[in-house]
Design a protein around this ligand. Structure first.
Ligand SMILES: [Zn+2]
Length: 501
């Protein structure tokens, strides 16, 4: 017998045992509680069999500082199984929240996204990531008996690119009547600095993730990945998704990676490769800024278009890859600072890929934060280190009003506090979104595969769902998914870490 037949036989035996127990204990007619007991027996049997799966060897999970740390290793299929198994409850929960958001904003049903995943994305995903995605499904099903299949998981992995890049492109092509107002998202505030800008002259990199609180409160995984091929990776991420996706990661060959999205980006190439697969591949296989750029450009589909902020700790060089679809631009330096807050700056990228974006509007969230980054980074030239970077991620200066506030224009975003919302991203007034967590590292830490991370607003403030929903019934549809987002402490994570004794 092969492994899977042995597993199936073991499950069958345990199930038969469960049925026999139920039969002996119930008499006729079968009661609801006896039925529940049988279901529980079967579920427990399934979990026992799944836990003994050899694919789980070497994998582990623990929780610290509000984060869930997961170690995955080995062959792609095994890493997927570990991911699906260890994070099964979080994947089911994350999938429910994310898919509800995708359907709500686009007014498309889930079958639409499954079809896009199956027909458009899947055929162009590299075999190793297909195996990993399939493995996630198998691990998830083994643990919980989930009904999710690989099309669900692929559509879910593309949650940043299908609803806000593919669908608007499709609506335009189909000249869809009454199409919803969809805009590419404005995710994140970040910088990378080197040379005379930092305290020790080496690279410092920091990032806070901006998204809806609904999704952001679930963006709490630290993935420590030791793949059979490619470099070791340490990154933050979302349960069930193979890329970091808000994108903060380091690899064992010295690459340091983060990004912020390009506001009002437009465009999609249905023949391109999914962004989540390219971003994962680039972190896993790029050992230099050039290699990173090459992987991201190969099959660029325009999805989740970003200004990538990169560092190579081996050379001390930093770079910004402004990755449009029709145009792109790469800046690089060993002495400088590159910041991001959702604006493009290359004239060609702006013209052909983000034509609606107005770089001159000082009051918009991207431009107001750009001005604040300029000011804050200049003020601290030569002093920037990880501790200062952490503080900057929680900065509350509104550069338009020239005062402390918590709104859509502060580096630590609290859009739920703004009557203006962010129209460039179709975030209405008081939209429950903003900075949901932060990370920072430097070249020394990256060399030992370490970074600092804080769950929740990087300033330490809490978001409370109940009073928010009471004050803003217009967001009642989020009620089943919107939870409190309480800030944890700044916590250090490293590759190969074990839980605190
Ligand atoms: Zn804050």
């Amino acid at each position: 017998m092969n492994d899977s037949m042995r597993r199936a036989a073991a499950i069958l035996l345990l199930v038969l045992g469960g049925v026999a127990l139920w039969w002996a204990g119930s008499g006729a007619p079968a009661s609801a509680s006896a039925n529940d007991a049988m279901v529980a027996t079967i579920a427990a049997a399934r979990e026992r069999v799944a836990a003994n799966d050899p694919r789980l060897k070497g994998a582990s999970r623990f929780e610290e500082g509000g984060w869930i740390y997961v170690h995955l290793e080995g062959e792609p299929g095994a890493m997927g199984y570990q991911h699906g198994y260890l994070l099964a409850p979080e994947i089911e929960d994350g999938f429910a929240a994310v898919s509800a958001g995708m359907m709500h904003s686009t007014r498309r049903d889930w079958e639409f996204f499954r079809k896009a995943a199956h027909e458009m994305l899947w055929p162009k995903i590299d075999a190793e990531y297909q195996q990993e995605l399939q493995g996630i499904v198998e691990g998830l099903r083994a643990r919980t008996g989930s009904n999710l299949d690989v099309d669900d998981i692929v559509a879910f992995n593309a949650f940043e690119e299908l609803p806000d890049y593919y669908v608007p492109w499709l609506n335009k092509r189909q000249m869809a009547a009454n199409a919803p107002n969809l805009k590419s998202p404005g995710n994140c505030s970040a910088f990378v600095a080197a040379g005379s800008w930092t305290k020790d002259g080496q690279i410092v990199m920091a990032h806070n993730n901006w998204t809806s609180y609904r999704n952001g409160e679930r963006w709490r995984i630290v993935f420590d990945i030791a793949p059979k091929n490619g470099y070791r990776m340490l990154m933050d991420g979302f349960p069930g998704v193979i890329a970091s996706d808000d994108d903060f990661g380091i690899n064992s060959d010295g690459l340091m990676v983060t990004e912020t999205t390009i506001t009002q980006f437009e465009g999609w190439d249905p023949n391109g490769k999914a962004e989540f697969a390219r971003a994962r591949k680039a972190l896993q296989y790029a050992g230099s800024i050039d290699e990173y750029t090459k992987i991201m450009l190969d099959g660029n589909n325009g999805g989740y278009a970003n200004d990538w902020l990169l560092g190579d700790r081996k050379t001390g060089e930093i770079a910004q890859l402004e990755l449009g679809l029709q145009a792109y631009k790469l800046w690089r330096t060993k002495d400088g600072v590159l910041s991001g807050s959702n604006w493009a700056r290359d004239p060609k990228v702006l013209k052909v890929d983000a034509p609606e974006f107005d770089p001159g509007n000082k009051e918009s969230s991207p431009n107001a934060r750009r001005a604040r980054w300029d000011e804050l980074l200049k003020e601290n030239k030569g002093k920037i280190d990880v501790a200062l970077a952490q503080k900057m991620l929680g900065d509350h200066t509104d550069s338009v009003e020239k005062k402390e506030d918590t709104n859509e224009r502060t580096l630590c975003g609290h859009v739920d506090g703004s009557a203006r919302g962010v129209k460039e991203w179709a975030w209405q007034a008081y939209y429950p979104g903003g900075a949901v967590q932060g990370k920072a590292t430097d070249a020394t830490m990256a060399k030992d595969m370490r970074f600092m991370a804080r769950m929740g607003h990087p300033c330490g403030g809490d978001f409370l769902a109940k009073p928010f929903l009471a004050a803003h019934p217009e967001f009642a549809w989020e009620e089943p998914y919107l939870r409190d987002m309480k800030a944890g402490p700044w916590t250090e994570f490293r590759s190969g870490q074990s839980p605190k004794e």
